[in-house]
Design a binder for this molecule. Structure first.
Ligand code: GAP
Length: 433
């Protein structure tokens, strides 16, 4: 894990937020490569969950909603974690997450003197408008799905859908986690990719099973190590109050097996709760059968940041090439920040590379790297996960071909320049890498 964190900081994937002021616990910035990786993961999710389907549409709702939303959803009353304080050093912990090696700075023995557990609400608050009184309190959303429920009728009508259909959203969520930890695994600001699928009640369990299969396949399709992905069914006493069935997709992170994604049958809990609190009917009437019901919801919910961490953990490899140690990010080409790097063998060939760059950049994120020996440039790109290095040499001037080097196998192939775009398109979409 330390190696992944160091690589992320040194190579421009992820840095602590506001680092020059000492950072802020639970908040992270994504650098140039992290931004690309993140965007690629989100694009892959959106492609599968929205664009390739007739029965799912997208939404981009506001982060702050009417605070009644969070009363109706149960978050104001129930979105709590237990918390204990050390009476001596004032440090705060979740009782189930006290690290035994963590020492109290105010006690010679190092042992914390902990209070009894108290409940702590995890929603982050802000205030809206010029006055700061109780009436101005608003919450940064703790999950993206609530606005999907609020907009359910509008989206259904405007997009001419009817159950079974889904609404998908990617967006930031905020939780005042007591112990943000394990790098980006548990943060206070993170991003979710959620899809709420509205179904006739009798069809909910069937859709639940179908979505489970879709979601597991997606993780494998973006290159997560299949041997590290597992299903875990929630025991009845562990399920959220609204859930009739719940499974987590867990991943073997370097710090243990933990939740990556949740798939829930949320029943009609959310739409009924919002009907009750808003006074607006959220039921649906089937125009043909005249049957009226409040749809059940099957939810798939995954964190972008956790997914990105699982992708990095799956991809990080240390091996040897020609007797030299190398660090390699074996990212699936679909999500790799750069799809290829164009490397002129000599600086003098830079100009000749420009038409290649221009053509490839119409479709892909391509780096242009002229500095250092060719071997150094290969290593640099291996370390950031670039699946292909395209070398333009003096022969290229004559035969109009370039050498493509494969990141994982280091094998090289001579390819005509005018076939490059097609070569990359095939290699990226296939299971190469
Ligand atoms: N709408 C359902 C929901 O929000 P959740 O299990 O609380 O369920 C869903 O969160 C996903 O969001 C998790 O599986 C995880 O990937 C991500 N997530 C939750 N809390 C997180 C945090 N503090 N930091 C990073 N990701 C988080």
């Amino acid at each position: 894990m330390e190696k992944i964190v160091a690589l992320c900081a040194n190579r421009g994937f992820i840095y602590p937020s506001s680092e020059i002021y000492g950072g802020i616990n639970g908040f992270w910035d994504y650098g140039p490569l992290g931004t690309e990786l993140r965007n690629n993961i989100k694009a892959e999710w959106w492609q599968l969950m929205v664009r390739e389907r007739d029965d799912v549409v997208g939404l981009d709702s506001s982060i702050i909603a009417n605070p009644q939303t969070w009363v109706a959803s149960g978050h104001v009353a129930h979105f709590h974690d237990p918390m204990v304080d050390c009476k001596l050093c004032k440090k705060r912990f979740r009782p189930d997450q006290v690290d035994p090696s963590d020492r109290c700075a105010e006690n010679e023995s190092g042992t914390h003197d902990l209070t009894e557990p108290r409940q702590f609400n995890l929603m982050l608050q802000t205030s809206i408008g010029a006055t700061e009184d109780k009436a101005s309190i608003a919450y940064l959303r703790a999950e993206t799905c609530q606005s999907i429920f609020l907009d359910f009728k509008r989206v259904m009508q405007s997009s001419r859908k009817k159950p079974p259909f889904g609404i998908a959203q990617i967006g930031k969520a905020f939780r005042n986690e007591i112990n943000p930890r394990n790098f980006i695994f548990r943060s206070r600001e993170f991003e979710q990719m959620e899809m709420e699928f509205f179904t006739p009640p009798a069809e909910a369990m069937d859709w639940f099973e179908r979505w489970r299969a879709v979601r597991m396949e997606w993780h494998k399709s973006i290159g997560l190590d299949p041997t590290r992905l597992h299903w875990r069914e929630h025991a009845e006493n562990e399920r959220a109050h609204y859930a009739a069935a719940a499974y987590d997709i867990e991943f073997d992170f370097p710090f243990g097996r933990h939740e990556l994604e949740g798939v829930h049958n949320r029943t009609d809990f959310d739409l009924k709760a919002h009907t009750e609190h808003s006074g607006k009917d959220m039921s649906y009437t089937n125009a043909e059968t005249k049957e009226r019901y409040t749809p059940y919801v099957v939810e798939t919910s995954v964190g972008v940041d956790r997914c990105l961490l699982a992708a990095l953990a799956s991809a990080y490899v240390e091996d040897e090439v020609g007797g030299d140690a190398r660090t390699l990010l074996k990212l699936h080409p679909k999500i790799a920040p750069f799809k290829a790097a164009v490397l002129p063998l000599s600086k003098k060939l830079s100009e000749s590379c420009q038409p290649i760059l221009k053509a490839l950049r119409t479709r892909f994120n391509i780096d242009f790297d002229v500095s250092g020996s060719i071997g150094k440039r290969y290593r640099r790109h291996d370390e950031i996960g670039t699946p292909f290095c395209i070398t333009y040499d003096f022969e290229s001037e004559e035969d109009h071909k370039v050498t493509i080097r494969d990141r994982d196998t280091t094998t090289q192939q001579r390819v005509p320049i005018d076939g490059l775009l097609e070569y990359l398109a095939t290699a990226i979409s296939g299971d190469v890498g």
